[in-house]
Design a protein around this ligand. Structure first.
Ligand SMILES: Cc1cc2nc3c(=O)[nH]c(=O)nc-3n(C[C@H](O)[C@H](O)[C@H](O)COP(=O)(O)OP(=O)(O)OC[C@H]3O[C@@H](n4cnc5c(N)ncnc54)[C@H](O)[C@@H]3O)c2cc1C
Length: 475
């Protein structure tokens, strides 16, 4: 971009959000050069220049977002929505420069409706802050992602997140009542006031999971729940992973309502439960929890216990379950979280119960045998359960990756590609709750097949100048 045009655009952006709402300093822009994706962090870690936006823009309101998008359209400048920056697939990388639209100033909690049990807030509100405000009123959002301290409400929905208790409370998208967003061309649009109706398709649902490629989510009304009277946990140890999965399947298909089932495969039982939490178990460890009214919880935990024991699950009592709940974020912080220079990736997928074990075995084999020469290791746990299937949260690790950034990224991509194709072949999906971002975009045509051109047409219609988060989701 020539210098004069650069200045003209800067002036127009300042006219909308004020001088202090536009940062063009090198240091300011550098902060947006990486998210939590391994590739972006390794790139910076190895001394390479990250992709930087030309402008960091911090709007205060939906109207300002709308005006910024109109300017961006006029000059055909890319816009990347940025929220908490906790995405793990490079969704916020400014690959083509342009405007980094940081939504964190849009953080107002607008309304808590204690009668209908809903909360309305601006999309940039911090998830943990929102949860604490709700807790003061005896309420909870029911969405507890491990990244909640940094991620935002809009980010939860843009990336279709799942919280720790999603088995009962649903994925973030299932808790949406209504939404406001700005289309790529700057129009402000709203969904109907309620999510269930027969008033045409829910066309604005396309904002959910669109990762900033189809517009900007600016305001959301979510369901909330009363804080539970009690929340109980129990640990079970299974001799085989298959027995544990069958126990989870029965719990869900018998329509019990646990808030959490987390089943670790034998390697992750050792890596996480034994080494991090100090619980001395070997095999497939499961934590099950129920919450709500005390009598209901007692009954459901009893029924769940019967199912687990019938499948050979050894009852390890409440203590390991409670320890797991209290220390559940420990896995995500140093020294226990995977970190550079180790090469790693979280490749969650989801499928139906009849296919989940073949999917697990195929991915494990793909990683451990296909990348044996690099010493690749594989762990998995199963943490979000549905009446029809379960998700697999699996990771690969290579302790000593190549030092050269290009070689390291090449290896990272090769492992991912092999694992994703193994998942797709077994009826899985590219991702369950971490989104697609830049990293996984090129799998979208493979995943969607003949439906892919429909998404491309939608993108072209809504975003004729291709300004919204270009290069993401394969678009
Ligand atoms: C340690 C760690 C643990 C994690 N644990 C979980 C977990 O338990 N569950 C889970 O679901 N995820 C988890 N994640 C992934 C990540 O936190 C989620 O994807 C989160 O929802 C992203 O929110 P964010 O506000 O940080 O979004 P960002 O990372 O800033 O953005 C993510 C994508 O959404 C787009 N976007 C953000 N806000 C908007 C908006 N308002 N309108 C349009 N597009 C937007 C961005 O352009 C980008 O493409 C974890 C990540 C880390 C680092």
């Amino acid at each position: 971009m020539n210098k004069l045009l650069y200045e003209i655009i800067r002036e127009e952006l300042c006219d909308v959000v004020g001088e202090d709402g536009v940062d063009t300093s090198e240091a300011g822009r550098f902060c947006y050069g990486a998210d939590y994706s391994w590739v972006s962090r390794a790139w910076v870690d190895r001394g390479m220049a990250p992709p930087l936006p030309d402008y960091v823009v911090l709007p205060h309101s939906t109207e300002e977002v709308s005006r910024v998008l109109k300017i961006a359209n006029h000059y055909k400048v890319p816009v990347v929505p940025y929220a908490g920056g906790t995405g793990v697939n490079g969704g916020i990388l400014a690959l083509y420069g342009g405007i980094m639209l940081d939504l964190k100033r849009m953080k107002r909690l607008l309304r808590i409706d204690e009668k209908s049990l809903t909360v309305t807030a601006e999309a940039g509100i911090n998830g943990e802050f929102l949860e604490r405000e709700l807790n003061l009123k005896g309420l909870t959002l029911g969405h507890y992602p491990a990244s909640g301290y940094c991620a935002t409400l809009g980010g939860y929905l843009a990336a279709r997140g799942s919280g720790t208790l999603s088995t009962k409370y649903g994925k973030a998208e299932e808790r949406v009542v209504a939404m406001e967003g700005v289309l790529p061309t700057g129009e402000i649009v709203r969904t109907l006031p309620v999510p269930r109706h027969a008033t045409g398709p829910d066309f604005l649902n396309f904002f959910i999971g669109s990762e900033g490629t189809l517009g900007v989510i600016t305001e959301v009304t979510m369901m909330v729940d009363p804080l539970p009277e009690v929340r109980d946990f129990q640990g079970f140890l299974f001799k085989s992973l298959a027995d544990g999965i069958e126990a989870g399947r029965r719990i869900m298909t018998e329509r019990l309502r646990p808030c959490v089932i987390r089943l670790y495969d034998p390697p992750s039982t050792i890596r996480f439960i034994q080494k991090v939490l100090g619980i001395q178990v070997e095999g497939s460890f499961m934590v099950v929890g129920c919450d709500g009214k005390k009598d209901m919880v007692t009954l459901e935990m009893k029924e769940i216990g019967k199912i687990c024991k019938a499948l050979g699950g050894e009852d390890r009592g409440r203590k390991p379950g409670e320890t797991w709940w209290e220390e559940r974020y420990k896995f995500y912080f140093p020294p226990f979280c995977p970190d550079l220079p180790e090469l790693f990736g979280t490749m969650d997928s989801v499928t139906t119960y009849d296919r989940i074990i073949p999917l697990y075995e195929a991915k494990k084999k793909t990683i451990e045998e296909g990348f044996k020469d690099f010493g690749a290791r594989y762990t998995a746990h199963f943490s979000h359960w549905f009446p029809w299937g379960t998700m697999i949260y699996d990771r690969f690790f290579v302790e000593k990756p190549p030092q050269d950034p290009r070689e390291a990224i090449q290896l990272h991509n090769r492992i991912w590609a092999a694992a994703i194709r193994a998942a797709l072949a077994e009826g899985g999906v590219v991702n369950e709750h971490h989104g697609i971002g830049q990293k996984l975009g090129y799998f979208m045509p493979e995943q969607l097949g003949s439906a892919w051109p429909v998404l491309v047409s939608l993108k072209k219609m809504l975003d004729p100048n291709n300004i919204m988060n270009p290069g993401k989701m394969g678009l």
